[in-house]
Design a protein around this ligand. Structure first.
Ligand code: UGA
Length: 434
């Protein structure tokens, strides 16, 4: 099939590449010439395992191309995916300026009947109807607007796209439903029930519901871990104890320094805004717990270290989770800001996230280092913030020697064994574990 993707950000790039890899002809469009130039020469602007190879392969096979020319892309495609940003406004509402602009531009170039405009961006209920109105004002041709939300998680996006647990198609007409089923059929070959068809507005809300449900699991575990801390109970065992109940399940129950990223904070806020007339207390609580949770690593540091002004603190991990260079809404931003305001000297290290973090915080008191050991040398305390694999089993004896007293470790991801840490001589604390 002939496909256009509007927006070469994270979602557009991964979706376009994977759809091309199925043998379709895909044209990805962006308004940023720098991004297009880089992509055409095989340079990927984000860190996502496996993506670079797949982009290069599909460019070479001439199934995937990147362009600034939206007209060419729309004219040559049967399905046009909108995958532009829907960032959060100050009041929590989703900012739909880019998506409406993209819809207007696409509408201008619709040259034949029956094109499908499929919205992949995460948008509030009934945005599809607005997109339809915008395009109607630009063309007399017959077209269809569908909602095809994406459920990719950063760091494992290629696998998520190629082996999806479900594909949601929000279609108000049979024609768009059939066409989109045809496109996604290769992923549903083994299990036809993977493709779930529903109305467009239901699909839009399904995406928000998925992220809000996942975020609420994380906030619930974070809250229970704080209660576990009061009583000396162990959240790891609690997770096993509740996760073995099929209705709860073991996945996505890891407490941590609070959720971040470009999706959960934005989408839970947008859903709360959208549902403000019903007083969405559950969603508000999920967000409030997350604000509190982001303070936990700092508070634990103060407890073990005492006065922190003038001390050297190492922050291990800046990206909002492992396997991504994305630092948007990362709990490390809150933490480092707090450390700066308390007059500490800060060493940081992250395998991928440092360039992006520097763009947000370039304070003189932050020293960006080359390795975990460089970062730790001479510091009084370590706060582990991201669960990168390379942080799982470092040389703790070496770390102990490199650190200055009182050698505090705050493990915000529960990566390390408390007993072993204390035996070596560290003053150690983690999240919800004795
Ligand atoms: C999330 C969803 O998982 C995807 O399904 C969705 O498609 C995506 O948002 C999106 O809307 O685009 P992502 O933001 O990449 O994906 O990251 P997650 O793996 O969901 O993690 C989100 C946050 O929750 C991270 O800060 C992570 O550290 C935290 N988390 C996650 C926990 O603290 N504990 C857990 O058990 C799981």
């Amino acid at each position: 099939m002939k496909i256009a993707i509007v927006g070469c950000g994270y979602v557009g790039l991964v979706s376009g590449t994977c759809i091309a890899n199925l043998g379709n002809d895909v044209i990805c469009v962006d308004i940023n010439p720098e991004i297009i130039e880089k992509l055409n020469s095989g340079i990927i602007p984000i860190y996502e395992p496996g993506l670079s190879e797949l982009v290069k392969e599909n460019i070479k096979a001439k199934r995937l191309k990147f362009t600034l020319n939206l007209k060419e892309a729309v004219e040559n495609s049967e399905i046009i995916f909108l995958a532009v940003n829907t960032p959060q406004s100050d009041n929590g509402e989703a900012n739909l300026t880019s998506i409406f602009k993209a819809a207007e531009e696409v509408g201008k170039y619709i040259n034949t009947d029956n094109k499908i405009i499929a919205c992949k961006s995460t948008v509030p209920p009934n945005t599809g109807t607005k997109i339809e109105e915008i395009i109607k004002n630009k063309t007399n041709k017959k077209f269809y607007v569908a909602s095809v939300p994406e459920f990719l998680a950063e760091g494992r996006a290629i696998e998520d796209f190629q082996k999806p647990e479900r594909i949601v198609l929000g279609c108000n007409e049979f024609y768009s439903e059939e066409k989109l089923k045809e496109l996604f059929e290769p992923y549903g070959r083994k299990d036809l029930n993977k493709i779930i068809v529903m109305s467009r507005v239901t699909s839009e809300l399904t995406k928000y519901a998925a992220n809000s449900m996942l975020a609420s699991r994380v906030s619930m575990m974070n809250e229970i871990s704080a209660i576990a801390d009061i009583y000396g109970a162990d959240i790891t065992k609690i997770r096993e104890g509740i996760g073995s109940d099929k209705r709860i399940g073991k996945e996505f129950l890891f407490p941590g320094p609070g959720f971040g990223g470009s999706c959960f904070p934005k989408d839970v806020s947008a859903l709360a805004y959208t549902g403000s007339s019903i007083n969405p207390v559950m969603l508000q609580a999920v967000l409030e717990r997350n604000i509190l949770q982001k303070q936990v690593p700092f508070n634990k540091l103060k407890n073990l270290l005492g006065p922190i002004t003038g001390k050297t603190i190492t922050v291990l991990g800046l990206s909002f989770k492992a396997n991504t260079d994305d630092v948007r809404e990362s709990p490390s931003i809150d933490l480092v800001k707090r450390l700066i305001s308390h007059g500490t000297i800060i060493n940081v290290y992250d395998p991928q996230g440092m360039p992006n973090f520097k763009k947000i915080l370039s304070d003189d008191s932050i020293k960006y280092t080359e390795s975990i050991y460089d970062a730790i040398e001479g510091s009084h305390a370590i706060i582990l913030m991201t669960e990168w694999n390379q942080f799982r089993n470092p040389d703790f004896e070496k770390i102990f020697k490199l650190m200055k007293d009182p050698k505090v470790i705050i493990d915000s991801r529960n990566l390390w064994n408390p007993e072993r840490m204390r035996k070596i001589g560290f003053k150690y604390d983690s999240i919800g574990r004795p």
